[in-house]
Design a protein around this ligand. Structure first.
Ligand code: LCS
Length: 393
């Protein structure tokens, strides 16, 4: 045998957490829908409850199919343990609330997903937790916003929808000096292109609804961090608040992850071509894609990421109205929110996903009213480009 060599990411995405069923030999993971589990004896039941013995007791506490997903995502992100949640928003909540108490302060980047913005700007203040939003492109802005009561720095990079890139290493250094934890939403990049824990983040989270699922048929979330943190988050956020992932959705996400690298690499290659097409088209005012040399943070993206992802933002000449006309004319692309699907999805953040972010906050974060967001799918890239070309009129 050759020297021990760590298997690559595609191999791990397919195999980690799985093994053939010891009784039937079934190769595909089992879907266990059972809510409860029979103990061989009262003593063993007590030992499982006391945490002295590995085992399942009740699906809100843990489930074999959900556990496959948790092990897989933890491995892909390079963390000790993973936690599956009912949605990406439940993951944002589960990754942050265990660190926070009334009177605490958070520093978050601007230009985050609107649900996340609403959690930090509305719900947490109602619990006495205050958040300062800073320009994520300026690492030192995080340091300037720190206060003695700051407990957590929250990052989303690339950001939704502006694709703003945050220098995770630089921010993690600032956080470490101040004794503050860093939580990063890695939904847009996926672990194929970026691993925040390797760059110094403490906890990473996902809307698994997006690239992990890949097929637009399951809402889910995932959190990865140290074994201690995940144990605590499981106890507080899952056992007590109850936001568990259905085993069926976990099974769908596991199936999606098997083809994660294939899909995202193809999507990123296509996105680079779509971005180049839009960039050279006189009907387009501007294009933002981290893989374009004209992208303001292209060099940082190149250093921090192994690929630039498949989200492209642009504005059609003629502003909001021209953008609307274009979105109404697409035929192959679907006019729909969400992202990371095998199908190309086009959307208008200012009136759809980010409608509830106040207009002045939207503009400050770079979400202009004319911004069109495209999630490049797995179709033949020539067909995606031809559709955009006809839709531009
Ligand atoms: N984090 C990011 C970066 C997201 O884009 C989303 C959803 C979430 C968290 C929340 O995940 P969910 O609960 O939906 O699984 N983003 C959406 C979007 O841009 N359009 O529709 C949903």
């Amino acid at each position: 045998m050759s020297e021990e060599r760590a298997p690559g990411l595609s191999t791990r995405a397919i195999h980690v957490g799985e093994s053939p069923d010891p009784i039937t030999g079934a190769l595909a993971p089992d879907l266990t829908m059972s809510t409860t589990y029979v103990f061989p004896s009262a003593e063993e039941g007590a030992a499982v409850f006391a945490g002295e013995k590995e085992g399942f007791a009740y699906t809100r506490y843990g489930n074999p199919t959900v556990a496959i997903l948790e092990r897989k995502v933890a491995d892909l992100e390079g963390g000790e343990a993973g936690l599956a949640t009912a949605s990406g928003m439940a993951a944002v909540f589960a990754a942050t609330l265990p660190f926070l108490r009334t009177g605490d302060h958070v520093v978050a980047c601007d230009g985050v997903y609107s649900g996340t913005y609403n959690l930090f700007s509305e719900r947490y203040p109602a619990l006495g937790i205050e958040t300062t939003f800073v320009d994520g492109a300026d690492s030192e802005a995080f340091e300037r916003a720190l206060r003695p009561d700051t407990r957590l720095i929250y990052l989303e990079t690339p950001g939704n929808p502006t694709l703003k890139i945050i220098d995770i290493q630089a921010v993690a250094r600032i956080a470490r000096r101040a004794g503050v934890v860093v939580v990063a939403d890695n939904t847009f990049a996926t672990p194929v292109f970026q691993r925040p824990l390797d760059l110094g983040a403490d906890v990473v989270l996902h809307s698994a609804t997006k690239y992990f699922c890949g097929h637009g048929d399951a809402i889910a979330g995932a959190v990865v961090g140290s074994a201690d943190f995940i144990k605590r988050a499981n106890r507080e956020m899952i056992r007590i608040y109850g936001g568990i992932l259905s085993p069926f959705n976990a099974w769908l996400i596991v199936r999606g992850i098997h083809t994660l690298t294939l899909r995202v690499e193809r999507q990123a290659r296509s996105a680079q071509m779509v971005a180049a097409f839009l960039d050279n088209d006189p009907r387009v005012e501007w294009v933002a894609y981290p893989g374009l040399r004209s992208f303001p943070q292209h060099e940082l993206a190149k250093r921090q990421m192994r690929g630039y992802g498949s989200m492209v933002c642009f504005e059609v000449k003629g502003g909001v109205e021209a953008g609307r006309r274009m979105m109404n004319r697409v035929q192959l692309c679907s006019l729909a929110v969400s992202l990371g699907d095998v199908k190309s999805l086009i959307t208008h953040p200012a009136s759809m996903t980010h409608r509830l972010v106040p207009p002045e906050q939207r503009l400050a974060a770079g979400i202009t009213d004319g911004l069109v967001r495209l999630s490049v799918g797995c179709e033949d890239v020539e067909d995606i480009v031809a559709d955009l070309d006809q839709a531009l009129g």
